[in-house]
Design a protein. Structure first.
Length: 107
């Protein structure tokens, strides 16, 4: 009986140490996820929003479906794109994948 009582405090000490190392591991995993997944995704979303806000009439754009055209008109949530031969199609602003600069450089 005395042997069991002598071992009881040691078992509690080991369980507490295991809990701390588990919490440290969860914290490290969360930090890795934050810096590898969440933060870069927020940065890309911020850049995409800035690009969509900066679109102006006359800009050459590439849409998410791969269609190329020139912005002919802007509304709050939509954009009118001239795709050639005076054919104009209305798209959501969010469908703009990139703005192509005159020098051929992508934005």
């Amino acid at each position: 009986m005395e042997l069991l009582l002598a071992m009881a405090p040691q078992a509690e000490g080991q369980a507490g140490g295991g809990m701390i190392s588990t919490l440290i591991m969860f914290g490290a995993i969360f930090a890795i996820f934050y810096f590898m997944i969440i933060r870069p995704q927020q940065k890309r979303a911020k850049e995409q929003k800035a690009m969509l806000d900066a679109v102006q009439k006359g800009d050459k754009v590439v849409l998410s479906g791969g269609m190329h055209g020139t912005v002919a008109g802007l509304e709050e949530k939509t954009v009118l794109v001239d795709v050639g031969n005076n054919v104009k199609i209305k798209f959501e602003r969010t469908s703009i994948a990139m703005v192509v600069k005159e020098s051929g450089e992508k934005n």
